[in-house]
Design a protein. Structure first.
Length: 243
């Protein structure tokens, strides 16, 4: 038998041998691997990145479902109120942002609003973030050009849950002389419970609706020279929108 035939014969025997070794090494671990895979699929324990935040597929799906449901509700309500001619015109393009506005978003759980934050950034808005009233005041002190503030109502601050932290933030803003319009973005329960107090504290909009959030912000972010001026007042008057 020639050397070439010997090498060929050894090669033909080597591949099954390598395959057998791999099988012997891997098979004992297959039940565990399959169990982990089944558990991951059952709990949807995969991670995705949205707007810089890492979310489980379950969290991302829930946020997307919330936004789609809200959009459907808003569209149904608007169509029910409009005449056929108005309904046909409802598809007009939304008001666009001008230049590159800057928003400060205050929330102790920013991952809960990952889709909203991602959309604003995709639309050209610079979004600064703070997780507490103290952080928000520091950002405003150190960073010029913030044109509007979005805040939740209740959040954990100093290791303690404060249900009216958003109201406290608005009071501190006015005391410090900050005049940026504030949009309160909270739960439907928070809107029902604290809308009047938030408006009294100076909120321009109070809403739990992503659709209303995106509709209100372009108006709040209009340049000062595009804002109507109240008689006898040289500061731009930010019109309040119903939340």
């Amino acid at each position: 038998m020639t050397a070439a035939r010997i090498i060929e014969a050894l090669g033909s025997l080597l591949w099954p041998l390598l395959l057998a070794v791999v099988v012997l090494r891997v098979v004992p671990h297959l039940p565990g691997l399959m169990a982990d895979l089944r558990e991951a699929l059952r709990t949807r324990a995969f991670k995705v990145k949205v707007g810089g935040a890492e979310l489980s597929v379950e969290d991302a799906t829930e946020q997307l479902r919330r936004q789609v449901t809200d959009l459907q509700t808003q569209m149904a309500a608007q169509l029910a109120e409009r005449s056929p001619a108005q309904a046909a015109a409802a598809g007009a393009a939304p008001q666009a942002y001008q230049d590159r506005p800057t928003v400060l978003w205050v929330d102790d759980r920013p991952e809960s609003n990952a889709l909203e934050l991602a959309k604003l950034r995709d639309d050209g808005v610079e979004v600064l973030q703070a997780k507490s009233t103290a952080e928000a005041m520091d950002v405003l002190t150190l960073r010029r050009g913030v044109q509007a503030i979005v805040t939740d109502l209740g959040r954990v601050e100093g290791g303690e849950y404060r249900p009216h932290a958003g109201l406290a933030l608005m009071r501190q803003l006015r005391e410090a002389g900050f005049e940026q319009p504030v949009l309160v973005y909270t739960s439907a329960r928070g809107v029902a419970r604290d809308r009047e107090d938030a408006v009294a504290a100076g909120a321009a909009t109070v809403t739990a609706s992503p659709t209303e959030l995106f509709a209100a912000l372009p108006e709040l972010l209009r340049p000062a020279d595009a804002q109507p001026t109240a008689p006898g007042n040289h500061r731009p008057r930010r019109p309040a929108r119903p939340g």
